[in-house]
Write a protein that binds this ligand. Structure first.
Ligand code: NDP
Length: 234
């Protein structure tokens, strides 16, 4: 296909699986990374997405190498879990800043090239937690819920220009983000998942790949769960 694809946080976890799936399809894939080495076979761009200047520099680098971004995957995210009573302003602000504000930032910048091309795909990685809430994750749930409003507004605003915007909401997925969870919390989460197992990053990548592909050209403003049934009804 050879489209210019940009994935934030594509150096590990779900973002890495998305990058590998799309590179295997023949796309020109660029990913952000902050420390360490970017994965082989894709363009790694050092970038902290909470810094507007670094985001601008990353887009310029990708445009030089691959042309304007045609598929944007806003994937990078963090958690800073705490019960509301103990959640600091920084815990709240940092999580919203990375998961929501930075997604707005990259979407806005990607719009420039997409408008000119009169086509584009934006895919936001939300979470089941953004739809059903989670004790200890008010910041994260608020940010992920915000992505739904962001994507649906973009879908309405830019649909007439051939640009789609959708959200994929993973449930529990085996990555560094969940590796740190205590076993009893994991067991309680598995109890709530009809399929009784966590997702692999590849399961999430498959939905993203579909939304980026030709077959999904009439899908916009959708929220697609990949959660083993955990979020049913939300
Ligand atoms: P990981 O913790 O494994 O990876 C997070 C990624 O985000 C890393 O690539 C990290 O880059 C990047 N990142 C974080 N902050 C920034 C930043 N300021 N600038 C640039 N990159 C940043 O997470 P997952 O792969 O599990 O999560 C990916 C997405 O999926 C997130 O949005 C997460 O909320 C969502 N999700 C995950 C679920 C799960 O169970 N794992 C469930 C539901 C949703 P670096 O390596 O440089 O730190």
């Amino acid at each position: 296909m050879s489209r210019s694809v940009f994935i934030t946080g594509g150096n590990r976890g779900i973002g890495l699986a998305i990058a590998q799936a799309m590179a295997a399809d023949g796309d020109k894939v660029a990913v952000t990374y902050r420390s360490g080495e970017p994965p082989a076979g894709v363009l790694g761009v050092k970038c902290d997405i909470t810094d507007p200047e670094q985001v601008e520099a990353a887009f310029q680098r990708i445009e030089e190498a691959h042309g304007p971004v045609e598929v944007l995957v806003a994937n990078a995210g963090i958690t800073r879990d705490a019960l509301l009573m103990r959640m600091s302003e920084d815990d709240f602000g940092d999580v919203v800043g990375t998961n929501l504000t930075a997604a707005y930032r990259v979407a806005k910048r990607a719009t420039r090239g997409m408008l000119r091309a009169r086509k584009g795909r934006m895919i936001f990685i939300g979470s089941t937690v953004g739809l059903r809430g989670e004790a200890g994750q008010a910041n994260y749930a608020a940010a992920k819920a915000g992505l739904v409003g962001l994507a649906r507004s973009i879908a309405r605003e830019l649909g007439s220009r051939g640009i789609t915007a959708n959200v994929v909401t993973p449930g529990l997925t085996e990555t560094d983000m969940t590796a740190a969870l205590p076993q009893e919390r994991l067991d309680a989460m598995l109890e709530e998942i009809p399929l009784r197992k966590a997702a692999r990053p590849e399961d999430i990548a498959a939905a993203v790949r579909f939304l980026a592909g030709e077959e999904a050209s009439y899908i916009t403003g959708a929220v697609i769960p990949v959660d083993g049934g955990a979020g049913m009804g939300h």
